[in-house]
Design a protein around this ligand. Structure first.
Ligand code: HEC
Ligand code: HEC
Ligand code: HEC
Length: 375
């Protein structure tokens, strides 16, 4: 009579021999150098299929399941478009122009996103832009752990399928056919940060007007040296020469602070914020913000009056999450804000956002309307 065990043992033995043979065959193939790694020779169809399937399965497995944030927030996709033009078009092209011969000679070539995006859900797009794709040349987001920052790009990506050249140029806010501005030009920075007359493109971008120029220069150095994380500003700052950084910082420093909105926040919230800013929260050991953030303090301390509420809250959240602490100044600020609750962050941010930067006067109505459009 046959019993089960010798049969099973035979199978196991056969499987082990097959695995060893396959491994040995693979090793011989690998060491022989016969495989052509040149990017100008395509994989077999079946290999391409397997790679693509692996890629899709991996992204679907790792992606976060939470519902995405509101992608229609004012200014969000415009901010995404501005960064896209700088950071993504060299490889993916844009509705305005093809990527060019170098990118299209990569293998796999970065696809034109007109169609490629339709394959991926919104969360998957976010995952790909944040983490990049191994072995393809698709880079990870340069700002480590700045996953919220990536949503601006994803907001813009939603509009790409079907977008015309004119629509793209309108979103970038430039004349048809206009040349892309060099990164050393103030006009390039102003596209996101605004200038004397224009507010920033989104509440997530700080206005630089009237900031002490030593603070601006150091911030640019911190981004370029990977000591302050932002996937948008690190690559931009890394391209500036010290001379250009200095020149642009001085220029912005001399600009009149742009008048912020006064009417968006309830007076009660602003009053809570004012108390924190001027008296701190002694029971939590939090010092008054004004001790360091009024205009007579160190030129290394940014002024807060006139920054948008969204930007201030986002930065406070970063400190609460243990980010922006790679410099001594960042660590000072982390200690100063440690223990602030979310509603306290919101209140103090509303207080500063409602102040005009020089005097604490409420903003005039005209400017308030202008800002109201873009926040
Ligand atoms: C250095 C070149 C390069 C840059 C810069 C780049 N990508 Fe990619 N991207 C690629 C390559 C290569 C792939 C993978 C193509 C493949 O696997 O078929 C890819 C894939 C993608 C995909 C998945 C599409 C698909 O179906 O393969 C998305 C979405 C994407 N990139 C978005 C972006 C965005 C947004 C930016 C700017 C923040 C960006 N990429 C910057 C090279 C680049
Ligand atoms: C694509 C949009 C974009 C462009 C273009 C851009 N920035 Fe920025 N910038 C941002 C965002 C977003 C932040 C906030 C990043 C963060 O959270 O750390 C920022 C932050 C900064 C800061 C820090 C300010 C502060 O209050 O801490 C400086 C300085 C700065 N940018 C300078 C520049 C200069 C100079 C240029 C032009 C060479 C430029 N930026 C171009 C989006 C942009
Ligand atoms: C002991 C001094 C000190 C106190 C007190 C202080 N800060 Fe700061 N703050 C700093 C320094 C220094 C920086 C610059 C950090 C850097 O360069 O990364 C900063 C930066 C910031 C920024 C970033 C601004 C920008 O443009 O990126 C915000 C927002 C901020 N502080 C809010 C507050 C609030 C709100 C309080 C009160 C609860 C407060 N700070 C109290 C020293 C202080």
């Amino acid at each position: 009579m046959w019993s089960g065990w010798p049969k099973r043992k035979t199978w196991i033995l056969a499987a082990v021999i097959a695995a060893v043979a396959a491994g040995a065959g693979g090793a011989v193939f690998m060491f022989s150098g016969l495989y052509n790694v040149g990017a100008d020779v395509r994989h077999f169809r079946i290999t391409e299929y397997i790679i693509r399937l692996t890629l899709h399965r991996s992204v679907a497995h790792h992606v976060q399941r939470d519902a995405p944030p509101a992608l229609e927030a004012p200014g969000l996709k415009e901010l995404g478009a501005k960064y896209f033009e700088f950071g993504c078009t060299p490889c993916h092209g844009s509705p305005e122009r093809d990527a060019g011969p170098i990118a299209s000679s990569m293998y796999p070539a970065p696809p034109s996103l007109h169609e490629a995006l339709l394959e991926w859900t919104v969360n998957e797009q976010h995952w790909i832009v944040q983490h990049g794709l191994k072995f393809t040349g698709m880079p990870a987001w340069a700002g480590r752990d700045r996953e919220r920052e990536v949503w601006a790009l994803v907001a813009f990506l939603q509009d790409i399928p079907g977008m015309t050249r004119n629509e793209y140029e309108a979103m970038l806010g430039r004349q048809s056919g206009a040349d892309a501005s060099g990164t050393n030009r103030v006009a390039f920075c102003a596209g996101c940060h605004g200038d004397e007359d224009t507010p920033p493109v989104s509440g997530l971008v700080p206005s630089l007007n009237g900031q002490p120029s030593p603070y601006l220069v150091r911030s640019l150095q911190d981004y370029a040296a990977d000591k302050r994380q932002s996937g948008m500003m690190e690559p931009i700052a890394a391209r500036l020469t010290p001379k250009d950084a200095d020149r642009i910082a001085r220029l912005y420093s001399g600009f009149e602070p742009i008048a912020p909105t006064a009417d968006e926040f309830s007076p009660k919230v602003i009053e809570v914020g004012r108390n924190i800013a001027e008296s701190g929260l002694p029971e939590k050991g939090i010092a008054p913000c004004s001790a360091c953030h009024n205009s007579r303090a160190s030129p290394q301390f940014p002024r807060l009056a006139g920054l948008s509420r969204n930007y201030i809250v986002e930065q406070l959240l970063l400190w609460a999450e243990g980010q922006r602490v790679q410099t001594g100044y960042g660590k000072i600020m982390q200690r100063a804000s440690s223990g602030l609750a979310l509603d306290e962050m919101n209140a103090v941010a509303a207080f500063y956002a409602a102040q005009s930067a020089d005097s604490g006067k409420p903003a005039d109505g005209k400017a308030a309307n202008r800002l109201g459009d873009v926040r």
